[in-house]
Write a protein that binds this ligand. Sequence first.
Ligand SMILES: [Zn+2]
Length: 112
Amino acid sequence: MHELSLCHALFKQIELLASQIHARRIVAIELQIGPLAGVEPSLLKNAFDLRKQNSIAQHAILRIEQSEIKAHCPQCHTDYDSTINDLRCPQCLCAGHLLSGNEILITGLDYN
Ligand SMILES: [Zn+2]
């Protein structure tokens, strides 16, 4: 259950952020998740809804935005959109470096 441990880590981070900004309540959380992060958004939402009870984020909405896979070719220095199964450069077919697509980021936090 990857999503459960992820949710646990997410709440640690939310609680830390909340104390830093002196939030009384978290009302919405925005996450950006890459297709290579191995996270099933619906499972994460379920885990979040269970975990948020009696927390600072009790009434919070979780919004998940899926990002795209971007890669960079070290050979011809092109940045390009990639797919889960194929990271090769479309120009020269050499192996690209992943730029994004495996991230799990908190991109927004609404609070009061
Ligand atoms: Zn290339």
